[in-house]
Design a protein around this ligand. Structure first.
Ligand code: WTA
Length: 631
């Protein structure tokens, strides 16, 4: 079976093969990668126990597959195009040969600084080439990378470092983002005060700002690179050896360190990149996601490089120096596939069309969307004004936990339907579950979105807490992986994702658990209790609405709101700030003391009546009070 579904016939036969003989299907896909020695068994999984083994006893290395494997055929080809924040700074083109050398050199620096296979390395960098290089260098020597998005606060960074006891951190003096400078090293210094596991920090010079360097702990990367060679053989890794940890918010408690393993992740990232984006030789692919998120891991770095593609890394933001920045980059680098989030599309769609019309976008062949449901209006704007009605839009549904895209149209194969992620990819078996925990059969149904058969890149565990992994994803519907999302299946069998059914809210494409934000707010000395819900927002998709009970009345609500948002910013990051804060004397609760979020959600959404069944509500008089003061 070919690795690439060139037409509908090949696609249909793949769908059939995957259904009838999944092991043979995945074995044939995996054979397109380099294995130092072959696997003995394709899969050995127990969904109920969340035990997943793929390509058992196979030996490989993902950095070898991303780099070494391409050297003879495409050594001179550009692997990475780096587009800096400032359009006046020159873009960099890094060839496969150069990237191979730089990754190997970086890997040697890690080794020279005591990093061994299995050690955790935290990466806290802006979107500069060193970020991709660090990721690949860890993979090369079998160190487990844990990339933390450079917008997270010192407290959030520290908790992620502590959770998986990282030994070393790679950071920068600072970063450029629009007209702002990020003080990364200052944040790291603060975080490391409570991270005894870190013995070394390697610092990239990016902004050349003045920073403190702690003797014996902090080293400039450029000095360290001088001390080593550019030759470093890739470590032979077992297919199930861990590759990386990436944290995602849960509805309660601390963030979950999702652990991905080497072989399955590699096969699935490569397979989905090739097919979902219909990658052809010499195409230039651009995914705008930061490598701090799973989208950046799978589709800015690993997926493209596994396929010998050219991938664009962009340091900046869509609105700097003006609203034409994305379109200018597409024109400048003749981008063929462009993959971004609905929130970015919505924010640019509200600006003048002249920003788009200034640039030549005819190089584009495929457009992608990810991270949250794309609404009809945004879909049509994207299709018409960016794709000029010539480019299929792949609305890709997936999660940090799934490692790669699970539901998406395939360009020129799947008939598109705006705002529908359409169909699962060959090899993926989706189920919708009803209230009685039964699988809903047939079309025109909606329920909880589950996956009922393992796939190679499913997360292996939550770092250090397999029990939490089981409870979060595998107990709601025994034998199924529960995604936390709701979805409907229409008359054509197409899937539309309707949003989260748990207490995670997606703000501008970022998952935010309500629990951790409430905990942060409750740390304010005047706050007794709080509850967060989401409400629809034109650009962000959802925004956060906080209901806060004070310990005692306070006259300056404006100041309190600022302080509460500051605490959230300090403990999590600016992305989790609340759009609206309402002070109230109580929260609607059930007789058993549980907050009735359903009612708060309705109020935040602007509903004035129709709160559904409120028979279990302990304090109905509160609802009128909350409605009166609604913001
Ligand atoms: C949401 C991002 C609708 C969904 C890859 C999921 C989507 C969560 C889509 C995972 C889409 C992602 N349509 N919703 N095409 N893609 N989501 O872990 O709620 O950052 O569960 O992974 O984003 O977010 P995460």
């Amino acid at each position: 079976m070919p690795y690439q579904f060139k037409n509908i016939f090949v696609y249909q036969s793949a769908v059939e093969k995957a259904l009838i003989d999944p092991e043979a299907f995945w074995g044939e896909i995996a054979a397109n990668f380099h294995w130092f020695s072959p696997w003995k068994k394709v899969m050995n999984c127990k969904m109920e126990l969340a035990e997943f083994n793929w390509f058992q006893e196979g030996k490989t290395n993902i950095s070898y597959n991303c780099l070494d494997r391409h050297l003879t055929e495409r050594g001179a080809q550009t692997a990475l195009i780096f587009e800096p924040n400032d359009p006046n700074e020159k873009a960099q083109h890094i060839s496969y040969t150069e990237l191979h050398a730089r990754v190997s050199q970086m890997a040697n620096v890690l080794k020279a600084n005591g990093i061994e296979k299995g050690d955790r390395v935290c990466i806290y960098l802006p979107m500069i080439p060193e970020l991709a290089i660090s990721v690949l260098a860890c993979a090369r020597i079998g160190a487990i990378h844990s990339v933390v998005f450079a917008g997270f606060s010192a407290t959030a960074l520290a908790s992620r470092i502590q959770d998986c006891t990282c030994k070393l951190i790679i950071t920068a003096d600072g970063g450029f983002r629009g007209n702002k400078e990020l003080d990364l090293k200052i944040i790291v210094d603060e975080a490391l005060l409570s991270c005894p596991s870190i013995t070394k920090s390697l610092v990239v010079k990016r902004t050349h700002s003045t920073i403190n360097m702690l003797s014996g702990r902090d080293y400039y990367l450029e000095d360290e690179l001088q001390k080593v060679t550019t030759i470093c053989e890739a470590e032979i890794m077992d297919a199930e050896d861990p590759l990386f940890i990436l944290y995602t918010s849960g509805s309660t408690g601390k963030p979950k360190g999702m652990l991905h393993s080497t072989g399955g992740y590699m096969v699935y990232a490569g397979y989905t990149f090739q097919n979902v984006f219909d990658y052809q030789e010499k195409d230039v692919f651009w995914c705008t996601a930061d490598i701090g998120w799973i989208t950046g891991h799978s589709y800015s770095v690993y997926g493209p490089l596994l396929n010998g593609a050219t991938t664009v890394l962009f340091e900046g933001i869509p609105s700097y120096p003006d609203f034409g920045r994305f379109w200018e980059i597409i024109d400048k680098h003749q981008v063929n596939q462009f993959y971004t989030a609905p929130t970015a599309i919505r924010s640019l769609a509200k600006e003048a069309l002249s920003w788009v019309e200034k640039y030549d976008l005819t190089s584009l062949r495929i457009l992608g969307s990810v991270g949250e449901p794309i609404n009809d209006e945004a879909w049509h704007w994207y299709h018409k004004n960016i794709g000029k009605e010539n480019c299929p839009i792949v609305d890709t549904w997936w999660q940090t936990e799934t490692g790669g895209i699970l539901i998406s149209p395939l360009p020129n194969i799947t008939k598109l339907k705006p705002a529908f992620a359409t169909l699962p990819l060959p090899g993926i078996k989706v189920a919708l579950m009803g209230e009685e925990k039964q699988e809903l059969i047939g079309n025109e149904v909606s329920g909880s979105l589950c996956i009922k058969f393992p796939w190679p890149s499913i997360a292996r565990t939550i770092w250090g807490d397999h029990q939490r992994y089981l409870e979060t994803y595998f107990t709601a519907f025994p034998g199924y992986y529960f995604t936390g999302d709701g979805a409907l299946r229409d008359e054509d069998g197409y899937y539309r994702i309707t949003g989260r059914v748990d207490d995670v809210i997606i703000v501008s494409g970022h998952n935010l658990g309500t629990g951790p934000i409430e905990e942060a707010i409750n740390d304010h000395t005047l706050v007794a209790e709080s509850a967060i819900v989401g409400f629809p927002h034109d650009i962000k998709g959802s925004a956060l609405y906080g209901f806060v009970i004070l310990k005692e009345e306070h006259t300056d609500h404006g100041k309190l709101r600022e302080e509460i948002n500051q605490i959230i910013s300090d403990q999590i990051g600016p992305i989790a700030k609340l759009d609206k804060i309402q002070f109230t004397s109580g929260l609607p609760k059930t007789r058993s003391g549980k907050i009735m979020r359903r009612i708060l959600r309705k109020i935040a959404e602007g509903e004035l009546e129709n709160f559904g069944d409120i028979s279990t509500l302990l304090n109905p008089e509160l609802v009128a009070e909350i409605l009166k003061d609604k913001r």
